[in-house]
Design a protein around this ligand. Structure first.
Ligand code: CTP
Length: 422
C-alpha cells in the first residue's frame, strides 16, 4: 500500500522511525513528509534510509514533479504521527503552507492522525474544537496514550506505541476497503469502531488477613496488550484490572476505562456488571480457583510450632457464568495455559476446556517445558468452532502485542460473522 507518513515537530518524532520500519515490514511503500520542525528532532537522512525514498519539507523542492499535489493524490493511506497541536490546527483550518499540509489538503485517501502533545495543549478548548472538526470531516484520530510526557509531567498526550499506531491505521484502511495487508500479519480484519470490549487481566488475590493473601504471579501484561490492540482497532475498552502494577497501567491508551479489583468475587461482580453492554468479554485474568474459607479481621498470629492448615473453598467459574448468561451475539473469549502429560497432550486438554467452558474462542498457550512463561515471545493457537466442529488455528508466534492483535482481529471477524449469520 502506498502510505504517506507525515511527521510533525515534537519529541515523539523519533517514534516515527519505528512506524516506518513496521510499515516496511508489512510491505508498504512509505513516503515520509516531515515538517521543517520535525527535522530538528530527526534528520532527513534517517527517514530516507528507513523509507528508501527522498525526503523534503518544502513545496518548492522537486517542483518539476508537482510534489505538493502528487504525493497526496498518489497516497492510499496518510498517517500523521506525531501530530502536534499546531499541525492539527493548521489542518483544521485548511492551511497549506508546507509540503505536509498541502499533501493533507490534496489527498482523498483515509487520513489517520495520532496526536502527541502536553496534556494542557490536548485539553485546551482550541485543540478540542480542532479535533472535533477533523473527526466531523472523517479524519481518524487516535486517542493519545496516558503517561510520562517530555518533562517531569505525565497525563494524556503521549504518542501511542508505534505498533499501536500502525494497527489502528491498518484497521482504518481495512474498514475503508482499501486494505492490502498481508494475511497472517495479525492486522487484517474489521474495525471495532463503536464496539464495547471488556477485558479482565492480572491475577486475583484472596485475603487471609489484612496483610496476607493467596495470589499468583500474573502481571497483567497480556491483558494490557489486548486492551491496546482493541482500542487501536477503534473499540471502547474497559479493563477489569486485578492487582496490576500502576506503572504498567500507564501503557494503556487514553479512553480506556480501568476498574480495579482484588479478589475473584470482586472480579466476578465487575465482569457481571459490565456484561449487559459488552459486545465481547475476554477473560485474560489468572483467577484463583480457591479462597480461604475464613478471612480474619486482624493479623493472624502464630499459635505454636505445629504449622498451619488452611481450609479453602471453591471460587465461582466466572467464565462459565458469563457464557451461561450470554446476551445476544455477545462473544466470549477465554485463555488457557496448559501442559501435557503421559496420557494427554496440552492441546487435548485445551480442546476439552474449550468444550467445558462453552466459550466462542479459547486462546491456548502450550506451557509444557516452560515454553512460554516469563518470555516476551509467546506462541498461541486459537480454538473455535465451525459447523459444529472444533477448529484449531495454526500456531501463531510473536510478542504479547502481536498475539493480542491476532486475537482482536479474530474477534472482530467473528463478531461480524455472527451478526451476519441469520
Ligand atoms: N477462569 C474463570 N474463573 C475461574 C477460573 C478460570 O473465569 N474460577 C477463566 C480464566 O480467566 C481463563 C479460563 O477460565 O480465561 C481458563 O482458566 P484456567 O485456570 O485454565 O481454568 P480452570 O477452569 O481453572 O481449569 P483447570 O481445572 O485446568 O485449573
Amino acid at each position: 500500500m502506498r502510505t504517506v507518513l507525515g511527521v510533525a515537530g515534537g519529541i515523539a518524532a523519533y517514534k516515527a522511525a519505528h512506524i516506518i520500519r513496521r510499515l516496511r515490514e508489512l510491505d508498504h511503500s512509505v513516503k515520509v513528509v516531515p515538517t521543517a520542525n520535525a527535522l530538528n528532532f530527526v534528520g532527513a537522512p534517517t527517514f530516507e534510509a528507513l523509507s528508501g525514498q527522498t525526503v523534503t519539507t518544502d513545496v518548492f523542492d522537486e517542483i518539476d514533479t508537482v510534489n505538493h499535489v502528487r504525493i497526496g493524490q498518489d497516497a492510499e493511506l496518510v498517517i500523521i504521527a506525531p501530530a502536534t497541536a499546531n499541525l492539527i490546527a493548521k489542518i483544521a483550518a485548511g492551511i497549506a503552507d508546507d509540503l505536509l499540509t498541502a499533501t493533507v489538503l490534496t489527498t482523498t485517501a483515509e487520513v489517520v492522525v495520532a496526536p502527541a502533545m502536553h496534556t494542557e495543549m490536548w485539553q485546551n478548548p482550541a485543540t478540542v474544537a480542532n479535533i472535533a472538526t477533523l473527526r466531523a470531516r472523517g479524519v481518524h484520530v487516535l486517542e493519545p496514550a496516558v503517561g510520562r510526557l517530555t518533562g517531569p509531567d505525565s497525563g494524556p498526550g503521549r504518542l501511542p506505541e508505534p505498533e499501536d499506531v500502525v494497527a489502528y491505521a491498518l484497521s482504518v484502511a481495512d474498514a475503508a476497503g482499501s486494505a492490502d495487508a498481508a494475511p497472517g500479519t495479525g492486522h487484517a480484519g474489521q474495525s471495532l469502531d463503536g464496539r464495547r470490549i471488556v477485558i479482565s487481566a492480572g491475577g486475583t488475590r484472596e485475603a487471609l488477613d489484612p496483610v496476607r493473601f493467596l495470589g499468583n504471579r500474573s502481571s497483567g501484561k497480556q491483558g494490557i496488550a489486548l486492551a491496546r490492540a482493541a482500542r487501536a482497532a477503534g473499540a471502547e475498552v474497559e479493563l477489569v484490572a486485578a492487582n496490576i502494577d500502576s506503572g504498567l497501567l500507564t501503557d494503556l491508551p487514553a479512553g480506556t476505562t480501568v476498574t480495579p479489583v482484588e479478589s475473584t468475587l470482586e472480579l466476578q461482580t465487575a465482569m457481571r456488571a459490565s456484561q449487559p453492554d459488552a459486545d465481547a468479554l475476554i477473560m485474560a485474568a489468572a483467577v484463583a480457583d480457591y479462597r480461604p474459607e475464613e478471612t480474619t479481621e486482624s493479623k493472624m498470629k502464630k499459635t505454636g510450632d505445629d504449622g498451619l492448615t488452611l481450609r479453602l473453598v471453591q471460587n465461582p467459574d466466572i467464565l462459565r457464568g458469563l457464557v451461561d448468561d450470554r446476551i445476544g451475539t455477545q462473544l466470549i473469549i477465554g485463555f488457557a495455559a496448559e501442559t501435557g502429560d503421559a496420557q494427554t497432550t496440552a492441546l487435548d486438554y485445551a480442546r476439552a476446556k474449550f468444550e467445558r467452558k462453552g466459550v466462542d474462542l479459547l486462546v491456548f498457550n502450550d506451557v509444557s517445558d516452560d515454553r512460554a512463561f516469563g518470555h516476551d515471545h509467546t506462541a498461541v493457537q486459537i480454538i473455535g468452532s465451525a459447523a459444529g466442529e472444533i477448529t484449531v488455528g495454526e500456531e501463531f508466534q510473536g510478542s504479547k502485542d502481536d498475539v493480542s492483535q491476532k486475537v482482536i482481529a479474530t474477534l472482530a471477524e467473528q463478531l461480524t460473522h455472527l451478526e451476519s449469520t441469520p
